[in-house]
Write a protein of this length. Structure first.
Length: 306
């Protein structure tokens, strides 16, 4: 290894330690590459080239943050397109074993840290409890066969929820997220608990989801999120509500892929697949708030220092 590349790697690790969010080895290399390219362009590149590089780094880091969820979506699509219907191991059990294998490999290859694992465990519990209840109430359904399941819920579903948490932990670290005027953690936790409860109680009591959307807007309206693509780059800022809406939209897109792949179906899709109603976007937005609160238990929101 050359001295220059060693210095870049050491600097990346120092930057990671300074932020309190240690990179995995692959993330260190990704950040070091972004730093080297930025330094190389700094002297003679015009604004368009610098902008394209920043966009490329942003895209690469976002893609890596999504890796767990992307792998799960690929597995779901492959299970529909190429997995034989008459296989000895039924499709849902094969998906459970495949998800476990991916998780084990990411840990063994140090592509994932211990903090992601804690988030994944929390999301498994939160998601699976809700799935068991919702399938019992007929909100959606899974294939009825398979042994690796709880009630009507195959165990791979927990990994789909966990993918959201894994993404959020990664973006905290990769983009060194900081927050101005972040609401009190106790208030966000209280709203998240009520949101989670409403997913159950609205089957028996009035649905207060729009009241909860209003509570989310009131809580986070003044909060601004700042991030940087690489450690020497400028901080970019955006209202955190814009980020929430963007993530919820991509979750809705992923849900459409999942239902098309037959991972689960809603009642209106039982005869033929149809697009998931846009109203589900609100459900994803609210569910994501539970994700945000769980992740803040691992990565406490901090204000910018520069």
């Amino acid at each position: 290894m050359s001295r220059a590349s060693g210095d870049s790697g050491d600097s990346s690790r120092e930057s990671s330690r300074a932020s309190g969010r240690a990179f995995t080895p692959l993330e260190e290399r990704l950040d070091a590459w972004a730093h080297r390219r930025s330094q190389a362009l700094a002297a003679d590149a015009g604004p368009w080239r610098r902008g394209l590089l920043e966009f490329a780094v942003f895209t690469a880091k976002q893609a890596w943050a999504c890796v767990f969820g992307a792998v799960m979506l690929v597995l779901l699509v492959l299970a529909r397109l190429v997995y034989p219907d008459d296989a000895l191991l039924v499709r849902s059990d094969a998906l459970v074993l495949a998800a476990l294998t991916v998780q084990a490999l990411m840990l063994a290859l140090r592509l994932e840290g211990g903090r992601e694992l804690w988030v994944i465990v929390m999301f498994h519990v939160v998601g699976t409890v809700m799935e068991v209840f919702k399938t019992h109430m007929g909100s959606w359904a899974y294939e009825a066969d398979g042994l690796l399941r709880i009630g009507g819920v195959p165990l791979y579903t927990g990994f789909m929820y966990a993918a959201v948490g894994s993404y959020m932990v990664r973006v905290f670290r990769l983009f060194d997220l900081r927050f101005t005027r972040y609401p009190p953690i106790w208030a966000t936790a209280l709203v998240a608990v009520v949101i989670y409860a409403n997913f159950f109680t609205h089957h028996y009591l009035p649905d207060v989801r729009w009241v909860l959307v209003g509570a989310v807007v009131l809580l986070y309206a003044r909060c601004v999120m700042s991030f940087r693509n690489q450690r020497t780059g400028p901080r970019r800022r955006m209202p955190i509500l814009v980020a929430f809406v963007g993530v919820a939209f991509f979750l809705w897109i992923a849900e459409n892929v999942g239902t098309w792949a037959g991972a689960w179906i809603y009642p209106h899709q039982s005869a033929q697949w149809h697009l998931v109603p846009p109203t589900k976007f609100v459900a994803w937005l609210l569910l994501m708030m539970i994700s945000v609160v769980l992740v803040t238990l691992v990565h406490r929101p901090r204000p910018p220092t520069d």
